[in-house]
Design a protein around this ligand. Structure first.
Ligand code: TPP
Length: 646
């Protein structure tokens, strides 16, 4: 049979008809295609290369028209997309109007349940199993989850239910590559490693036993080896963790051996009770550089396929994440109470230098954001200065912990909220556009947003030296040109500021823009253009503390302006602009207010700049908004009529 990996829309049907040798060829072609696509853009590479054979084996044995497949996180579903009618469009993956980088119900009926955040698949699978039975349908529910995601609270909570739920035809496929983005952590990871190495261990033991039997006195050692056997057996065989939770455990099996996997899945297909199949895969499989460095190639873009080299490394461009890591190392050298916590993202949050410098004060707790927060709260309760560095989108998971464990007890935990705002190609599951809203409502919480890297470092220093109680600092997925990246974040180069006061960046008398974080530079550009082209004097204020508002500033200045504009990279609902609106209403202030921010909608995926443009969060967006009001007449609450024009 012939097929075309890059064009065919019915590959999943062909897969069912192919023999193992043909499937092996297909796997090779899929791999090449994924590498080619991701090398030209940003995407998830290593995880996708790891599940090519697993996906083929599953779709060969099971029936996509009837059985439901739920991919955890779903960053590893490129093969799934290729097989289910989206081969050609794979080239558009993560582009504006292109395919999503994750499973998406909008995109295909085969994307049974969308995801992007980890550890949801088992709970979703359980729900689908209940629905299937209530609707009197049949079909297997297959949940594919990584070893990293399995250690997340939601996965464990759902495991606790599903195995004893009495649901039939449910199968968890544990895709174990011993990696999250970084190395997997914790007891579950160790447990899986033990299972994984056991066959090798048993082979080795057999050999040692054989060699020892030839030596005088070797019998005693053989006795010792035999005694360890029962413990190992217990681990490997029926007493397994998963068995105790109500699943029949199978494995470990080689996730790159198509033949074995297919015959294995054929055998377990008929089993009705809940099963867990432990599959061992290699992250980055088949691409040397990704196999050697799966963390670097987890999410990557723009590399040379021939040598794996990343094309664009600009030494002078420093990300907020890197600046955070560098500054924290400097601060921690001087202050031994500083602790850093990450939820499986040491690289993404810039904490690798901290981990290397202060291993005793660094904690990677895996994808357990709520646990990270409460754990940090306890350290703060004992006087440590705790930084919990989590992307804005993932911190959503821990809102209750922030309220209940941290803010209620007024504990000094500092939330370093990376990727705040539009993140770009990862799309709606990953945009960090809710954090101002979900933090602003919490008593005791202070929220900061730096407008550039220098200010960022100064704020971090202030937080360590002067800050008290729960604090959050949110910063975007952006890089900034820095003259001397090696020294810029040394303590002696960090200037002191008072982040509790807003900063007037540019004075004006007509319009006031109150801008937060990443929007300050856009507001400045808009103000410059208005001055030059239209002679309008715009005051630009860097509203670097979002909560509490700088009430002194507001009291002194707000009524000087005919119009006040707020700009933020957060949803409008409940954001910074809402805070100003509350102030305006509460103080009966007579101004006209306009708010710019993310509308009440989920923003799609695409290039960050493109998405900011679409949402109007750019210089041009600000100008459009201001021009819309110019020349029009408007009323302020006391009925006075003003012309918006000069
Ligand atoms: C709740 C949550 N925290 C963090 C992340 C970021 N993240 C995406 S994939 C990933 C690693 C996933 O590891 P694993 O489940 O083992 O799957 P693999 O990539 O190894 O296939 C992480 C940390 C996330 N998606 N969701």
């Amino acid at each position: 049979m012939r097929w075309n990996i890059r064009e065919d829309t019915d590959l999943y049907k062909k897969v069912k008809l192919l023999d193992v040798d043909s499937l092996k060829r297909m796997a090779k072609e899929i791999r090449q295609y994924i590498i080619e696509v991701v090398s030209g853009k940003e995407g998830h590479l290593a995880s996708n290369l790891g599940v090519v054979e697993l996906t083929l084996a599953l779709y060969k044995v099971f029936d996509l028209e009837k059985d439901l497949f739920i991919w955890d996180v779903s960053h590893q579903c490129y093969t799934h997309k290729i097989l289910t009618g989206r081969a050609k469009e794979l080239r558009t993956i993560r582009d504006l109007n292109g395919l999503s980088g994750f499973a998406s119900r909008k995109e295909s009926k085969f994307d049974v349940f969308g995801a992007g955040h980890a550890s949801t698949s088992i709970a979703a699978g359980y729900g689908f199993a209940v629905a299937r039975d209530l609707l009197r349908e049949d079909g297997k529910l297959v949940m594919i989850i990584g070893d990293g995601a399995l250690a997340g609270g939601m996965a464990l909570e759902a495991l606790n239910q599903l195995g004893v739920s009495g649901k039939e035809d449910v199968m968890i496929v544990l895709n174990d590559n011993s990696m999250s983005i970084a190395k997997s952590v914790g007891a579950i990871s160790r447990y899986l490693t033990n299972i994984r190495v056991l066959p090798q261990y048993l082979r080795l033991k057999k050999m040692i036993r054989y060699l020892l039997s030839a030596l005088p006195g070797g019998e005693r050692t053989i006795g010792f080896i035999d005694r360890t056997k029962s413990a190992i057996k217990k681990l490997l065989l029926k007493g397994s963790f998963f068995e105790d939770l109500g699943f029949r455990y199978f494995g470990p099996i080689d996730g790159h051996d198509l033949e074995k996997m297919i015959s294995f899945f054929k055998r377990v297909k008929e089993i009705k009770e809940p099963i867990l199949v432990h599959v061992i895969t290699k992250k980055g499989k088949g691409y040397k550089w990704a196999e050697e460095n799966p963390t670097k190639y987890h999410g990557i873009g723009n590399f040379d396929v021939k040598n794996g080299e990343i094309r664009e490394v600009k030494r002078h461009f420093v990300s907020y994440s890197d600046a955070f890591g560098k500054t924290l190392v400097e601060l921690a050298r001087r202050d031994k109470r500083i602790i850093a916590i990450t939820a499986a993202m040491p690289d993404g949050t810039g904490l690798v230098p901290f981990r290397e410098s202060f291993p005793d004060r660094f904690f990677d707790l895996g994808m357990t954001e709520p646990t990270c927060v409460t754990f940090g709260g306890a350290l703060a309760a004992r006087g440590f200065k705790v930084f919990v560095a989590i992307y804005s989108t993932f911190l959503q998971r821990a809102v209750d912990q922030i309220i209940h464990d941290i803010a209620l007890q007024n504990l000094g935990v500092i939330f370093a909220i990376d990727r705040a705002g539009i993140v770009g190609r990862d799309g709606p599951t990953h945009h960090g556009v809710f954090d101002i809203t979900y933090l602003r409502m919490i008593p005791n919480m202070r929220i900061f947003a730096p407008s550039n890297l220098r200010e960022f470092a100064s704020m971090l220093k202030w937080m360590v030296e002067k800050g008290e109680g729960p604090m959050a600092i949110r910063y975007p997925r952006e890089k900034e040109w820095v003259q001397d990246p090696e020294n810029a974040f040394k303590l002696s180069n960090i200037s002191p500021i008072d982040p509790m006061r807003w900063e007037v960046i540019r004075e004006g008398k007509d319009i006031c823009i109150l801008a937060c974080g990443s929007m300050v530079k856009e507001a400045v550009k808009a103000a410059e253009e208005l001055k030059i082209k239209e002679g309008i004097e715009v005051e630009v204020v860097n509203a670097r503390v979002i909560k509490p508002l700088d009430r002194d500033f507001l009291k002194r200045n707000l009524e000087r302006f005919r119009i006040v504009i707020t700009v933020e990279e957060n949803v409008l609902k409940g954001g910074f602009g809402s805070g100003i609106a509350e102030y305006v209403v509460d103080n009966n202030t007579k101004i006209k207010m306009v708010r710019l921010g993310i509308p009440d909608d989920f923003i799609t995926h695409g290039d960050r700049d493109e998405l900011l443009d679409i949402t109007g969060l750019t210089k041009d967006g600000i100008l459009r908004k201001i021009r819309k009001y110019r020349g029009e007449r408007y009323e302020i609450p006391d009925g006075t009529r003003y012309s918006r024009d000069r």
